[in-house]
Ligand binder design. Structure first.
Ligand code: SF4
Length: 97
């Protein structure tokens, strides 16, 4: 494991087709999740830009790991996917083991 694993170890994406627009994720981690004008949640890059291409992933800051994982577990749409950057295995979300 590299020293950067804490920062770069997880990535997150949203399946907007299933997003209900309730905003739970934005409450948990506004640095990572944000609404667009379509009323759906998107992930943001480290500069705060919304990533709107389907399946776009962003890195999960180490200090927000728990918040992002909790958001994925509690997302009413079951549409937040948290994956390991190294092998893309989902560790929280609808496809997590
Ligand atoms: S918690 Fe899930 S359903 Fe709710 S706004 Fe976020 S991505 Fe959409």
């Amino acid at each position: 494991m590299s020293a950067r694993t804490g920062t770069d170890g997880l990535r997150v994406w949203i399946d907007q087709d299933l997003c209900t627009g309730d905003g739970l994720c934005v409450q948990y981690a506004p640095e990572v999740f944000e609404f667009d004008i379509d009323g759906l949640a998107y992930v943001k890059d480290p500069g705060g830009e919304l990533l709107q291409s389907p399946g776009a992933r962003t890195g999960v800051p180490a200090r927000l790991r728990l918040e992002v994982i909790d958001a994925a577990k509690e997302c009413p749409g079951d549409c937040i996917h948290v994956v390991r950057a190294a092998d893309d295995v989902e560790i929280a979300g609808p496809d997590a083991g």
